[in-house]
Design a protein around this ligand. Structure first.
Ligand code: GLP
Length: 231
């Protein structure tokens, strides 16, 4: 089942929230996989004021940078500390950016997800190169959670808060994403138009990891008119 909503830019945040809440319905004590990124900020702002149909049991970041300064404002940990406060979302577990052994840190993160029985709902943005979480082009369906070298396009996309951008990240794998019971994919803005069309209408290929979501049994896609283009 794939549901797609295309909405005017002004309605994007509300539609994203509606898809998130709809995806929660019928789950019991759901375990969430949550993203960062500019696409998500309005959604998290709205979610603070929402009543959830069920209370999530736990929440896990889908990725994090590898970075020696754990207090850097560009880190996903900092994003969640800013955006996920005073609301119904649980505290989001994030692997430590400054872990001495990042492979062990992301391994432990994914073991904790496994110990919860996997993700019930994962929310995803999309990178301009088709990445989801930090599963960069070339990530196949069986790509596990791991440390990755970030693609040049991903580094170029980073927020202004990075004077020098990280070269590596930690990510949940395509395995954990595709095994999630429900997926919500969000995209807005013209910069996502080409990649979104390729991901949703092009061939399923590891060259464009977001395209591997095609055929997921429970996928909700919310896009604004700018990102939808000719979809
Ligand atoms: C980032 C993150 C993704 C995010 C995507 C889109 O690099 N790793 O989890 O969804 O790229 O980011 P944005 O919403 O800022 O365009």
């Amino acid at each position: 089942m794939t549901q797609m909503r295309v909405v005017p830019p002004a309605e994007f945040a509300a539609a994203a929230v509606a898809a998130f809440l709809d995806a929660l319905r019928g789950l019991s004590a759901p375990v969430l996989g949550l993203p960062t990124g500019r696409t998500m900020e309005p959604m998290y702002e709205h979610l603070r004021r929402c009543t959830f149909p069920v209370q999530p049991a736990d929440a896990f970041a889908i990725d994090e940078y590898c970075w020696a300064d754990a207090a850097h404002p560009g880190l996903n940990a900092a994003f969640f500390a800013r955006m996920v406060v005073d609301g119904p979302l649980p505290v989001v577990h994030v692997p430590r950016a400054d872990a001495i052994d990042p492979a062990a840190a992301i391994g432990a993160h994914c073991q904790a997800i496994d110990a919860c029985g996997g993700l019930d709902l994962v929310v995803l943005g999309i990178g301009e190169n088709g990445h989801i979480a930090f599963n960069e082009p070339g990530s196949a369906e069986d790509a596990p959670c791991r440390v990755v070298r970030l693609a040049a396009a991903t580094r170029a996309q980073l927020a202004d808060s990075w004077a020098e951008s990280p070269s590596f990240g930690m990510t949940i794998g395509m395995m954990e994403i595709l095994a999630a019971k429900r997926v919500v994919l969000l995209a807005n803005g013209v910069s996502k138009q080409a990649v979104l069309a390729a991901a949703l209408r092009g061939p399923r290929t590891a060259a464009l990891p977001a395209s591997l979501l095609q055929g997921h049994p429970n996928l909700r896609v919310v896009v604004d008119h700018d990102a939808a283009g000719q979809l």
